[in-house]
Design a binder for this molecule. Structure first.
Ligand SMILES: *Cc1c(COP(=O)(O)O)cnc(C)c1O
Length: 427
């Protein structure tokens, strides 16, 4: 690659590229919560692959397992034939994750991405119930293929479909719109009233904390009520845990503290452990109704991801990892509470839970500027929300306290600089 290497991307890569615009440098190396670019500049990663790197970059144990596996000519590609790596993963997932939580799910492997598991979940719910409609929520994000887009809120992303997105009714998420609106009661009215114009859906799909849609965390009692509404009307509850799952909110599944048991769970992003593509669709056994091959995909059997994923689940063998996430999350919450008090100019509101937190700023464009300033100071962080109004703190769950504090200090420095800027205060 030539000296002026960002030119390569400008000249050869499609205009659709996005993160390279926010983080304009060429990365060469990464380890844990750190990344380095071509010039040797070090960055703290508060982005973590949008949640695909919950265990950080190049975890040494996973790396060793992968190197050994490749060196020994382990199976790399096998569609959904039985491989030892896949069998090991299934056993470990059952022993370490499902059994201790008392969950009984069949594991389906769709294609290896988040949108693949969402598509499979929607298709299955429609097949099981024989209904066509699905209820999704405002500011939900579920992926970029047509089915997943149809349950996604963002109008810019929806428009990209190029066709009408149908067979979906959007309902207000918890705390959407007005303080006086009990959105779960509103949802129930629509379902029980024969004049509502909303067909009883095959499924209700939601994220317990909306990742791309602005780090909106639904209250546990709201989630629980949605589950009971699903039971009342024979609707399948799909929890899209692609981003909020695998420890991001403090527990393996984001819905554990809500005390629910969804009919279908979508997992991807960090389930592969090492940043390798993998997705699972967890299905209650009675709904495991796809005929053999009715839903498939060439890359269902990503054995390298199975090897890394099996190793990654060792983090969950006792509760020490959960405890460490909680301690770091409290640190972040305290920091954010102080930040919004200390800098009232940013008109900030704290969002989210666990290590999935951020600040929504009412000042137009501020969150993007905070991310930009932070990048200059060596911190990678993205924004979320319909208008990018939220800056999003998303470090690997494995980050050490010192680096976490260093990252928080960079964010505060960036805000301090921006607040001093008169233009911001008057805008
Ligand atoms: C990222 C994401 C998806 C889509 O995953 P891809 O791998 O990008 O297809 C789906 N749902 C949620 C909640 C996500 O955050």
């Amino acid at each position: 690659m030539n000296q002026n290497s960002l030119n390569v991307f400008e000249q050869l890569e499609s205009e659709v590229r996005s993160y390279v615009r926010s983080f304009p440098t060429v990365f060469t190396k990464a380890q844990g919560h750190k990344m380095w670019d071509k010039d040797g500049k070090e960055y703290l990663d508060f982005f973590a692959g949008a949640g695909a790197l919950n265990y950080g970059h190049n975890d040494p144990n996973m790396k060793q397992k992968l190197v050994d596996y490749i060196t020994n000519d382990g199976i790399t590609h096998s569609l959904d034939m039985a491989s030892e790596a896949k069998g090991d993963f299934l056993e470990q997932f059952n022993e370490v994750i499902l059994k201790p939580r008392g969950f009984d799910y069949k594991v389906m492997f769709p294609g290896p991405t988040g949108t693949n598991t969402v598509e499979s979940a929607l298709k299955l719910a429609r097949k099981v119930t024989g209904r066509t409609n699905v209820i999704s929520f405002t500011n939900g994000f579920h992926g970029m293929t047509i089915g997943a887009l149809s349950v996604t809120g963002n109008s810019f992303k929806r428009k990209g479909a190029g066709i009408p997105l149908t067979n979906v009714s959007t309902m207000p998420y918890d705390d959407f719109g007005s303080d006086n609106l009990d959105t779960v009661e509103y949802l129930e009215r629509f379902l029980e009233n024969n004049g509502s114009g909303v067909d009883t859906p095959a499924a209700i799909i939601l994220e317990t904390v909306q990742g791309e849609g602005g780090i909106n965390a639904a209250r546990f009692e709201w989630i629980k009520k949605v589950e009971s509404i699903c039971k009342r009307f024979g609707i399948l509850l799909i929890i899209d845990d692609v981003q909020a799952g695998v420890g991001r909110t403090g527990t393996f599944f984001s819905f554990e503290p809500a005390g629910i048991e969804p009919d279908i769970v979508c997992l991807s992003k960090s389930i592969g452990g090492y940043g390798l593509p993998l997705a699972l669709t967890l299905i209650k056994p009675k709904y495991d109704m796809f005929a053999p091959g009715e839903h498939n995909g060439t890359f269902r059997g990503n054995n390298l991801a199975f090897v890394a994923a099996t190793e990654s689940l060792n983090y969950w063998k006792d509760d020490s990892f959960e405890k460490s996430i909680k301690a770091k999350a409290e640190k972040v919450t305290t920091f954010l509470e102080n930040l919004v008090k200390k800098y009232p100019e940013i008109k900030g509101e704290i969002r989210g839970r666990g290590l999935m937190q951020g600040i929504a700023s009412e000042v137009e464009g501020l969150s993007e500027k905070v991310a930009e300033e932070s990048f200059k100071r060596g911190l990678i962080m993205e924004t979320a929300g319909a208008n990018d109004e939220v800056f999003k703190l998303f470090p690997p769950l494995t980050i050490d306290d010192e680096s976490l504090e260093k990252g928080l200090a960079i964010i505060e420095e960036s805000i301090k600089t921006l607040v001093k800027d008169k233009e911001l205060v008057t805008s």
